[in-house]
Design a protein around this ligand. Structure first.
Ligand code: ADP
Ligand code: GLC
Length: 484
């Protein structure tokens, strides 16, 4: 049995901005089921209700360069599972709305301090609990510095048997700050020796982890290869090549207790399965009604649920004047239902588009119920990402027989098999270039298939629903990494 501490900025049901939150929780639940002693540490953001948690006796003093910060610790657990979740309580750093910023596109100015506190707090917490983990599993830039601190100092202070694993969920976010902020992670006497923390003249949290973690993983095999190349490396490709012997890709699973059309609470009473698909038509009808679209079974309905950021291909889809979706909606017999939040220009443009186009419905915001309805009720799900480390939505779509239309990159390439018009094989539609004209043509191909090869669509649906991306295999692969 391994003792594993997940250090993270997000975990469902407590805090989520994207797939990271789903993955940390689902992986922890599975590791627990496999007999591991797994625990989670995260900040107690303001919106996490203290009344549902219990305070751990004692406080943590955490040295943060310019002085010591005091934090209380609260303890809860993942719902229905005996996985302890520890929450760092710090009014000045976490007692505000928002996780990384008030808005998704603007980080808080003191994020370097906020997440240095989390990384340093991991070690203080373990000391207080008299529980020294075998594995410190860090996720993305917010906890990457814990890998650095382990190598730099904590291995000499009782953590000599602890190994670190850094999982990169998204290389596009690195935690880049002013070099002055290095003081939170490095004694001031050592400021001349910044090579591990510095990149291109700035402090870089993720880089510190890439250099120092014992093992590095990312969330799909294809992405693990892509990030060693300059087009996908965001400046880190050289270092990742240097670390390639310790770098691997483990595909995310999904939580089938939440994303299964047979059990999904949000689509009741129209639950369906591969063998009894009729409920899917009812969900489609309800979705069209709710979203103010013309209710018609024969019109293909395409869903999008996403953070509205460049990574997801929003420029090629929606940019005023050039984006593909406007012409698709004008020229083709199709409907779109879009749910998302993110970059301000895109939210505004989508709102404008929805007023101009009767076959496009837009909901700005975050809405889990609607995300389930869209996954279940649509015929197709569009995800034309520039890059995609894994992507969960296309896997949810497969589970609901909602055929994904995806770019040939990262986890999308690893989870969706392209349709073959000759044989009818495949589980979705895969294309290479991210350009508005390509998007336009792909959607036309999809609609033609929908109209003239109904049998192929029916069979692809069944095939998609039979695919399983469960956590058992992936958690087993993580265990192998932990064992070194
Ligand atoms: P990423 O982590 O890059 O955003 P993923 O596909 O891995 O992409 O995960 C996105 C997760 O966030 C999914 O669980 C998806 O359902 C959810 N999600 C994204 N945007 C919204 C939204 N506006 N409302 C509800 N859920 C959303
Ligand atoms: C990131 C990636 C996404 C991945 C998720 C969970 O946010 O953008 O592709 O599925 O993390 O690993």
């Amino acid at each position: 049995m391994k003792k594993i501490l997940m250090v993270t900025s997000e975990a469902i049901p407590f805090a989520k901005t994207g797939g990271l939150a789903d993955v940390v929780t689902a992986l922890s639940v599975q590791l627990k089921a496999m007999g591991q002693d797994v625990r989670i540490l995260m900040p107690r953001y303001y919106h996490i209700d203290r009344n549902s948690l219990k305070q751990v006796d004692g406080a943590l003093g955490i040295w943060l360069g310019k002085g010591e910060e005091w934090t209380a610790v609260y303890e809860g657990s993942l719902p229905g599972v005996d996985v302890p979740v520890y929450f760092l309580e710090h009014e000045r750093f976490y007692g505000r709305d928002g996780i990384y910023g008030h808005r998704a596109d603007q980080g808080f100015e003191d994020n370097a301090a906020r997440y240095s506190l989390l990384s340093r707090g991991a070690f203080q917490l373990c000391r207080m609990l008299h529980w020294i983990p075998d594995v410190l599993h860090c996720h993305d830039w917010p906890s990457a510095p814990a890998c650095y601190l382990l190598k730099k100092e904590e291995q000499y202070r009782g953590f000599d048997k602890t190994k670190s694993v850094l999982t990169i969920h998204n290389l596009g976010y690195q935690g880049i700050f002013s070099l002055d902020d290095a003081v939170y992670l490095q004694p001031e006497t050592d400021m001349l020796n910044l090579s591990t923390l510095e990149f291109a003249g700035a402090l870089n949290f993720l880089k510190s982890g890439i250099i120092t973690a014992d093992k590095i993983t990312t969330v799909s095999p294809t992405y693990a290869e892509e990030i060693k190349r300059p087009e996908f490396g965001f400046g880190m490709d050289g270092l990742l090549n240097y670390r390639k012997a310790d770098l691997s890709g483990i595909l995310n699973g999904i939580d089938y207790s939440e994303w299964d059309p047979e059990k999904d609470e949000y689509i009741k009473p129209d639950n369906f399965s591969e063998k009894r698909i009729s409920g899917k038509n009812n969900v489609k009808k309800r979705l069209q009604q709710e979203m103010g679209l013309h209710v018609k079974q024969s019109t293909p309905l395409i869903g999008i649920v996403t953070r509205l950021v460049d990574q997801k291909g929003i420029r090629e889809l929606f940019e005023p004047g050039t984006g593909a979706v406007y012409s698709i909606c004008k020229d083709m017999n199709v409907q779109f239902v879009i749910l998302g939040s993110g970059d301000a220009w895109c939210e505004a443009e989508l709102t404008t588009l929805s007023k101009k186009l009767p076959n496009l419905s837009v909901t700005i915001g975050y809405n889990n119920r609607l995300a389930h309805m869209i996954e279940a009720g649509c015929d197709f799900f569009l995800m034309p990402s520039r890059y995609e480390p894994c992507g969960l939505n296309q896997i949810y779509s497969l589970s609901y027989g909602t055929l994904p239309i995806v770019r040939n990159t990262g986890g999308l390439a690893d989870t969706v098999e392209n349709y073959n018009q000759e044989t009818g094989s495949g589980t979705g539609f895969v294309f290479d270039d991210l350009r508005p004209d390509v998007l336009y043509n792909v959607v036309r191909w999809v609609i033609e298939t929908w109209e003239s090869r109904k049998e192929h669509i029916r069979n692809m649906r069944k095939r998609a629903m039979r695919k399983r991306f469960s956590w058992e295999n992936s958690a087993g692969d993580y265990l192998k990494i932990y064992e070194g």
